[in-house]
Design a protein. Structure first.
Length: 119
């Protein structure tokens, strides 16, 4: 890879489709620390989340709609999958900064949602 070994590759190699949400959240916490973003203020991380959501919207617009897009910039937009991953990574980072268990939050929220009437 050309970079010094800072542990990211080992952590990445441990990821697989059997990991729990909590395990992925712990992985993200570790790589954020390695990359030097652990001390980033929550406000900056929230702005980054909004930026990533915007990039996801652009990618969906480029790949999944008939909307017109600037042809000169079309190659600057990443895949929908990549942008969803970025959103999840930053969201998980926010959860880590606030001490929130993302899986528990989803489970608790879905307990509320299943009681609602959807029309």
């Amino acid at each position: 890879m050309g970079k010094k070994d800072d542990g990211q590759l080992k952590l990445w190699n441990e990821l697989n489709e059997n990991n729990t949400v909590q395990e992925v959240q712990k992985y993200i916490k570790k790589v954020i620390e390695i990359r030097g973003f652990a001390d980033q203020k929550i406000e900056k991380t929230m702005l980054l989340l909004l930026e990533e959501v915007g990039e996801l919207a652009k990618s969906i617009r480029k790949n999944a709609t008939n909307m017109r897009i600037d042809n000169d910039k079309i190659n600057h937009y990443d895949t929908i999958e990549s942008e969803i991953a970025d959103v999840f990574i930053v969201l998980s980072s926010i959860c880590n900064k606030l001490g929130i268990d993302l899986f528990k939050s989803i489970k608790d929220k879905e307990e509320e949602n299943i009681k609602r009437t959807w029309k």
